[in-house]
Design a protein around this ligand. Structure first.
Ligand code: MLT
Ligand code: ZN
Length: 454
């Protein structure tokens, strides 16, 4: 029997996709940088079917790539050629919301928007949010330990995960969904599988922590002379606004691209080198508190040139659009080299000044657009017009490592950066990680080439 025949018996004919016109959307990632033909795409309905798929693929010696919403940016969720793509799209159940513990269990294929819609009517909210919310799935967020726009207040996805269920390469199921607040019984498998990028198991369900839903929000956009001014403004705002939730950075060239692509007018008259978008959220109106804090901070940080505020939903969304439209505006011009890095705050201004020159060493004539999450020193370095993507990746990641930064802040290592893992992880750490991989996936069935070089 062929693998396909076995898979059809296990999960049903119509959920084993082989027609190239149907599988195509699973075979290229969102960035269009990573693509490969899948042997087939399977859409199991539940944990039991996921286990059957892994056992069958193991028996036939065919490797497996797990895919959520296909919004990943490091090539970790698409095939390179010949793998079975396991789509979590049918793992869509949402359990009852436990308002006492403030937790809910959802299937790995539930989107961020789907989770928000399930819990917000109960007065609760999910702590991770970002522009790809309509497609990105909770399983994908957990696999990559996604960050996003609210890390300042709630932490990354890891801090939201209180339990999970996953299928190991041999088909055995580990289920830690009870999520008792106190449970010190052995190794923290939930923590281990979070951020493992599909290399250790297929995550089928996640129990997440929920936060109070805030009914009042205020956004402000600050135009600044330098990114050091942005950092000074952020530090002063954090001292004054406990309700601060987001602090996002973008620069003049990124804003120009966004305005060109979206047709939006300048948010603040004039050209300014740097912009800081901040958002506060609470259960009471924040407009006056934000205004007072901004007045005080304006007096302390002379590099703040101008400020606009958005209180109502429409003006808040308009201001956020300048930040969230960066990704699509850059991609509308070409396929960029996308490098998600973090640097210590003390190195931020220097990194922003030096990065274009660092890139130009190997890609003269290219354009380097940087934006990101200021609180975490997380810079999204997007290089347009470079012929040699490998050389750009190499020079940028080595530069970031020289600043004692991270070569992957929130997108994961994937296939895009596996070659450079040793820049910021020691030989002992990599050996320990490889031992874990070998113990849990001895046949190298799951996501080969992701995290570790192939
Ligand atoms: C963002 O912060 O907008 C996302 O990480 C996407 C990106 O880096 O393009
Ligand atoms: Zn980001």
């Amino acid at each position: 029997m062929t693998l396909e025949t076995d898979l059809r018996d296990a999960i049903g004919d119509k959920h084993v996709l082989v027609d190239p016109s149907v599988t195509a959307s699973y075979e290229t990632d969102w960035t269009r940088r990573f693509a490969g033909r899948a042997r087939c795409v399977v859409r199991p309905a539940d944990t039991h079917e996921v286990a059957s798929v892994l056992q069958l693929c193991g028996r036939h010696g065919v490797t497996v790539v797990t895919q959520g919403g296909n919004t990943g940016l490091v090539g970790g969720g698409v095939p390179t050629g010949g793998e079975v793509v396991l789509s979590t799209s049918r793992l869509r159940h949402t359990g009852p919301v436990d308002t006492v513990s403030g937790q809910v269990t959802v299937g790995a294929g539930v989107t961020v928007t789907g989770l928000q819609q399930a819990v917000r009517p109960m007065g609760l909210d999910f702590g991770v949010d970002f522009a790809a919310r309509d497609s990105a799935t909770i399983g994908g967020l957990v696999s990559t330990n996604a960050g996003g726009e609210r890390v300042l207040r709630y932490g990354s996805t890891r801090q939201q995960v209180v339990g999970l269920e996953a299928v190991l390469a041999d088909g055995s199921v580990v289920s830690r969904l009870e999520a008792l607040p106190k449970d010190n019984t052995g190794y923290d498998l939930v923590g281990l599988l979070t951020g493992s990028e599909g290399t250790l198991a297929v995550i089928t369900a996640v129990r997440v922590r929920l936060w109070p839903l805030f009914t009042h929000r205020t956004v402000a956009l600050l135009a600044l002379e330098t990114t050091s001014d942005a950092l000074a403004a952020l530090a002063a705002l954090k001292l004054r606004l406990v309700s601060l939730e987001a602090a996002e950075l973008f620069l003049a060239d990124g804003l120009a691209l966004v305005m060109g692509h979206t047709g939006l007018p300048a948010p603040i008259p004039g050209d300014h080198p740097a912009y800081l978008l901040v958002e506060c959220a609470d259960r009471v109106d924040l407009g006056d508190a934000m205004l007072k804090a901004l007045e005080e901070v304006g007096a302390l940080v002379p590099g703040i040139v101008d400020i606009v505020m958005g209180d109502d939903a429409r003006s808040r969304a308009n201001l956020w659009r300048y930040r969230e439209a960066h990704t699509e505006s850059i991609n509308a011009i070409g396929i960029p080299v996308k490098l998600d890095v973090a640097v210590p705050h003390a190195q931020l201004e220097r990194a922003l000044q030096e990065l274009p020159g660092v890139v130009a060493q190997v890609a003269p004539g290219s354009r380097t657009i940087v934006f990101g999450h200021l609180h975490e020193g997380n810079l999204h370095v997007n290089v347009l017009g470079a012929n040699d993507h490998h050389a750009v990746t190499d020079v940028v990641l080595k530069y970031v490592a020289s600043l004692r930064g991270s070569i992957s802040a929130e997108h994961g290592v994937g296939r895009a950066k596996s070659e450079w893992l040793s820049l910021t992880r020691s030989p002992a750490e990599i050996a320990a990680m490889r031992s874990i991989k070998a113990a849990l996936d001895p046949g190298q069935l799951l996501n080969p080439g992701v995290i570790f070089p192939g």
